[in-house]
Design a protein. Structure first.
Lengths: 240, 197
């Protein structure tokens, strides 16, 4: 089956040099999802495409071809660049690593594309960096078909009470503390994640910690045993 | 038709960058028909270089000595340290700028998605170097790609913790270029980094 795509809003997730002057790029398209493309002759002295085909730059890409890898035919800037700096940049790599590891090629994920864009904008503003990553992880799991149950109790379907203690049982959901084994989490943290709302200030450190534990555990079963390199980078920066 | 040995030679030449089947064939015939002494010299030098060229123990660039000529030179200022991604960058900067300090060559950049972390680019070695030498300024000359930027950020944190001054090469419009044709990223960098005249 041959494909022809014309100027689709996309982001480059990763690129590797290929042959002398070409690049292999892994892109995330708004309509087509993750795609592997060959960008021929873009690393040459006379081409400014290599500067364009960078991560975190909104692009309009055209490609065509058949089979697994397609050929890039056109690339234009698709909006203002997200100039990520410092920790936000490493966070951006983390998003890209998650997408490359977890998305299948040619699987469309328009909603996830939207939240990717939103998360990049948040990273750029440097606001609530960690929380933005957690919300994106929630979205990612949801889109992969492993969404977390956050709004109601998995035992009897009652809504989550903010002041209650729960445990999150993998593959079941939140259950009042003491009735099962799982990851401990407060009701207000579950609700904050479910509504995508920044938690109240006095509870924020606790919510961030609990959300991180819950999502790290939930992602781990999708990612398998190979560790995330960008997470390692975060940790070595913290310890340096 | 070529004989097996000639085919093997052509195939081997193709490992060079920019050499396709046609140019490999031209090179092979040239060496065999016209310049056998040069071919022997090439073979011997290749053999020797591959066996003896290693990495400079101080700056990690390619060198057959324990210390490369730049690191060994007493005329070079140890107070200035320029950090680059590859040995080719050392040559480019040295020719173009008249920089009189020393270098540190990362041999790559941080790239989590390729599994390249701080250790693979010798940052543990850089940390000892910063502790041992009287470095006053570190100049970050990594490439202006997102990976190069991440590398620069990571190193700048390392350097700043030691109370050493860090600078980064400016990004801007190429000389003789026209604004209209410059990509948006470069243009916005150049705009934000504008200077008083």
């Amino acid at each position: 089956m041959s494909t022809k795509v014309n100027l689709e809003p996309s982001f480059v997730l990763h690129r590797t040099p290929w042959r002398d002057t070409s690049l292999l790029i892994e892109v995330f398209g708004a309509v087509s999802g993750r795609q592997g493309l060959v960008a021929k002759g873009v690393r040459g002295r006379r081409s400014s495409r290599a500067a364009l085909l960078q991560a975190f730059q909104p692009l309009l890409l055209s490609w065509r071809g058949r089979g697994e890898l397609h050929t890039l035919t056109d690339a234009e800037p698709g909006g203002k660049v997200f100039p990520l700096l410092g920790t936000a940049l490493i966070s951006g790599f983390y998003l890209n690593e998650l997408l490359v590891r977890l998305l299948q090629r040619h699987d469309p994920h328009p909603e996830l594309f939207h939240s990717y864009q939103l998360t990049l904008a948040r990273l750029q503003l440097g606001e609530q960096l960690e929380w933005s990553l957690r919300l994106f992880e929630c979205q990612l799991l949801e889109q992969l078909g492993y969404g977390l149950i956050l709004g109601h109790n998995a035992l009897d379907g009652e809504p989550i009470a903010p002041m209650e203690d729960y445990v999150y049982v993998p593959e079941r959901g939140p259950i009042p503390a003491g009735q099962a084994e799982g990851i401990p989490i407060h009701g207000r943290s579950l609700l904050a994640l479910s509504e995508g709302q920044w938690p109240l200030d006095e509870a924020a450190p606790e919510t961030l910690r609990e959300a991180k534990q819950l999502l790290r555990y939930s992602l781990a079963s999708q990612l398998g045993p190979k560790p995330l390199a960008s997470r390692g980078l975060f940790q070595s920066m913290g310890s340096k | 038709m070529t004989t097996p040995l000639i085919s093997q030679l052509i195939e081997s030449l193709r490992c060079l960058p920019g050499v396709g089947p046609k140019s490999a064939q031209r090179m092979a015939y040239h060496l065999l028909e016209r310049d056998r002494p040069a071919a022997l010299r090439l073979a011997a030098t290749l053999q020797e270089a591959v066996e003896h060229v290693g990495h400079c123990s101080r700056c990690r660039t390619l060198s057959e000595h324990a210390l490369c000529p730049i690191c060994a030179s007493p005329r070079r200022d140890s107070g200035l340290l320029c950090i680059v991604e590859s040995p080719a960058d050392v040559a480019a900067l040295d020719q173009a700028t008249g920089f009189q300090g020393k270098y540190f060559v990362l041999m790559g950049h941080l790239s989590p998605l390729d599994g390249i972390g701080p250790e693979e680019i010798g940052l543990d070695r850089l940390a000892t170097l910063l502790d041992e030498e009287p470095v006053q300024e570190v100049i970050l000359a990594t490439n202006p790609t997102v990976e190069g930027e991440a590398t620069a950020h990571y190193i700048s944190e390392m350097v700043r913790q030691r109370g050493i001054r860090v600078t980064r090469l400016a990004h801007g419009i190429p000389l003789g270029g026209e604004l209209e044709y410059v990509d948006g990223g470069t243009l916005s960098h150049a705009f934000n980094g504008r200077r008083e005249v």
